[in-house]
Design a protein around this ligand. Structure first.
Ligand SMILES: Cc1ncc(COP(=O)(O)O)c(C=O)c1O
Length: 359
């Protein structure tokens, strides 16, 4: 389409067009030329441009990996990776609480499936032993599990991967941009950036908050995904505003680590004040802070009362979390001030007292 518009602007009838219209067309011409310059060979049919390529390079640099490939979402990145990488001769070992998109991606893949108990290294090792009969093994885990904010023991997982000759894949949707001293993620937090082989993550949370996902890892893997990954091949590229927004978010993170550091201190502020007030907060030192309540009705009516106090939090209950483990999930953001956090705790104390959760 761009090509046709450009040749129209270069046609012999050009001189018969009134001068003002000619000026407008000349302007259009230069915009289209610039657009054509942007369009990148490999992904041309799906609207990929140089700005997508630059973002992929920036993502790879951020994670200290060889290359990266963009998807419309991390759901797509997870749906599109396993069937490309593994065949029926291989094995996937997946944490039982991995995100739904990993579960769906694994379902699409013909590899032999082993589900190990949540964060259970003994069970993972037993399954790795069993899986030695297969050609290749891939351990698949969320870096941080979103419902509880608990962190995968990546160092020990990498030790097992060395011992049993397996690759390690992590989903970093709940880590990229704010976990680790420089916000690089769980692998940075746990000192295994050079031992985790593949990372999938989202641009839809800490990196801009609109949409988009990616895989980053070895060059050869990314090249293979570009040729074979169905959600990449058969879906549109990310809209340019989303790409630019994520690119800026990465610039801010790579500039210095004040955002990542402030997340740690804000998270501590919220968790320590809430626990001092008598609440039970699930997970470890993660900005996802599940206020554990147990009862589903209690979680939803407390969330409603919090909204009346001007605090927007969501109650989660079965089937999103296990039965009798209903909670209100609070997510600390870099945009929150210390005063916001104190106001939120104050509201929780009032609402918690009203519902008899704390005294
Ligand atoms: C762990 C995990 N993986 C993948 C996804 C999907 O990410 P996206 O929203 O980019 O599709 C989510 C979204 O909530 C997630 O929590």
């Amino acid at each position: 389409m761009l090509g046709r518009a450009l040749s129209a602007a270069r046609s012999p009838g050009w001189s018969r067009i009134p001068s003002r219209a000619r000026a407008a067309l000349a302007q259009l011409h230069s915009v289209l030329e610039a657009e054509l310059q942007q369009i990148h060979g490999a992904g041309t049919w799906k609207g990929e441009r140089n700005l997508h390529k630059s973002l992929e390079a920036k993502i790879a640099k951020f994670h200290q990996r060889e290359d990266a490939i963009l998807y419309a979402s991390c759901f797509d990145a997870n749906a599109g990776i396993f069937e490309v990488l593994l065949t029926s001769e291989d094995a996937i070992l997946s944490d039982e609480l991995n995100h739904a998109s990993i579960i769906d991606g694994v379902r699409l893949c013909k590899a032999n499936k082993y589900r190990y108990k949540h964060l259970d290294l003994g069970d993972l090792e037993a399954k790795l032993k069993e899986a030695q009969k297969h050609r290749m093994r891939l351990i698949v885990t969320d870096g941080v599990f979103s419902m509880d904010g608990d962190v995968a023991p990546l160092k020990e997982i990498c030790d097992l991967s060395d011992k049993y000759n397996a690759l390690v894949f992590i989903d970093e949707c709940h880590a990229t941009g704010f976990i680790g001293p420089n916000g690089r993620g769980t692998d940075e937090l746990l000192g295994v950036m050079d031992r985790v082989h593949i990372i999938n993550s989202t641009l839809g949370k800490a990196l801009g908050g609109a949409a988009g996902g990616y895989t980053t890892g070895p060059k050869a893997l990314v090249a293979l995904l570009r040729q074979r990954s169905r959600p990449y091949l058969f879906s549109n590229s990310l809209p340019p505003p989303v790409v630019n927004c994520a690119s800026k978010a990465l610039d801010l993170l790579m500039d210095n680590n004040t955002i990542a550091e402030s997340m740690t201190s804000k998270t501590k502020r919220f968790r320590s004040q809430m626990m001092a007030a008598g609440f039970t907060i699930g997970g470890m030192d993660h900005p996802i802070c599940p206020v554990m309540l147990g009862d589903a009705r209690l979680a939803s009516s407390m969330a409603e009362d919090m909204l009346k106090q001007g605090i927007y939090v969501i109650g989660f209950s079965f089937p999103v979390v296990p039965k009798d483990k209903a909670r209100i999930r609070v997510q600390i953001s870099a945009a929150h001030s210390d005063e916001d956090i104190d106001q939120c705790v104050k509201a929780f104390v009032e609402v918690g007292r009203k519902h008899g959760v704390i005294s």
